[in-house]
Design a protein around this ligand. Structure first.
Ligand SMILES: Cc1ncc(COP(=O)(O)O)c(C=O)c1O
Length: 309
């Protein structure tokens, strides 16, 4: 996204306990760089766990940065601010923009597409224009004259059909069919989230005392549980074993800085030890609202059997 806009990306390591962006490291980077080097911060509510944006906002204000919250994993997630108030992911209280994804695996699925939320009216209007080929529609915004717009001299108002393309935009509109699907999914969003939490709580109960499993620091109420990730030794062995039992875990994610595209900029192994160590051990267990208790029991039993626990 940054690169599409002519920017460059600087990565920062994760906190090994929460798997979220390590804000202390962001702060250290900002402190050690010439003022104005950075324009913004894009923290990810990874796996559904909300980033404490109140803290990030303070930092952003100090260094004159914008925040785009990547809330793709976290519809319904929240963090608790210093006044004890729940701050929902994407509520626009701390970040200029928040992004959500409607990809089929996400909480609300429209097939593809997504949503941006903001409390900033100017950004909202700009997003509407960018979504629709850079087109502006509105009397007071036009550049061309009313004479030109009407095709006759002496006109004082713009005709009903008139619009102007004033900037370069895209066709980033969600189709009506996708939107209809999304609206129908909204009805199930709350129950889906509750079921996800229930499943996560059950995993947590079983795994919390198992020393061969490390998780994302306990059950967290504001976590939207898009993913339930654990870290294990012999991840490859467990992955293959589960597959032989018709259980299909996933690996989220391969560190971005080690993707061939980013390696071309010089990023390499050792740059972000926590992310890289996490990648060696992480495995995401089945977690989706229609997962049955007995299916989850089978997943748990199979993992315990693999570790002779
Ligand atoms: C954290 C996160 N951000 C952004 C995206 C991109 O979403 P989309 O594929 O809808 O563009 C994804 C997709 O999986 C994601 O997991």
């Amino acid at each position: 996204m940054c690169e599409y806009c002519g920017g460059e990306v600087e990565f920062v390591d994760i906190d090994p306990n929460t798997y979220l962006l390590d804000v202390k490291k962001v702060e250290a980077l900002l402190k050690s760089s010439p003022k104005g080097t950075f324009k913004g911060i894009i923290p990810v509510d990874f796996a559904g766990r909300a980033v404490n944006l109140e803290y990030v906002r303070k930092l952003a204000d100090e260094y004159n940065l914008w925040i785009i919250e990547d809330a793709c994993h976290a519809p319904g997630g929240y963090f608790i601010d210093k006044n004890g108030v729940n701050q929902n992911c994407g509520n626009g209280m701390f970040a200029e923009l928040a992004i959500f994804s409607f990809h089929p695996v996400k909480h609300i699925a429209c097939g593809e597409g997504g949503m941006i939320t903001t409390n900033d009216e100017e950004l909202y209007k700009q997003l509407l224009r960018l979504r629709s080929h850079g087109i502006t529609k509105g009397e007071d915004k036009y550049s061309n004259s009313t004479d030109f717009a009407n095709g006759i001299e002496g006109s004082v108002t713009y005709p009903g059909w008139y619009m102007e393309m004033q900037q370069l935009g895209y066709n980033y509109r969600l189709t009506d069919i996708q939107a209809a699907l999304g609206i129908s999914q909204l009805k199930r969003a709350h129950s889906g989230l509750e079921r996800r939490k229930e499943i996560a709580r059950r995993y947590e109960e079983v795994f919390k005392n198992k020393d061969f499993i490390k998780g994302q620091s306990g059950f967290v109420d504001g976590h939207a549980y898009h993913l339930y990730v654990i870290e294990v030794e012999d991840r490859l062995g467990l992955y293959n074993y589960l597959k032989t039992k018709n259980i299909f875990p996933q690996i989220h994610y391969i560190p971005t800085h080690l993707m061939p595209y980013y390696r071309q900029y010089g990023w390499k192994e050792g740059d972000f030890p926590h992310s890289e160590n996490y990648y060696k051990h992480c495995i995401s267990l089945p977690l989706y609202p229609t997962l049955l208790d007995e299916e989850q029991d089978f997943v748990i039993e199979t993992i315990l059997r693999y570790y002779h626990a």
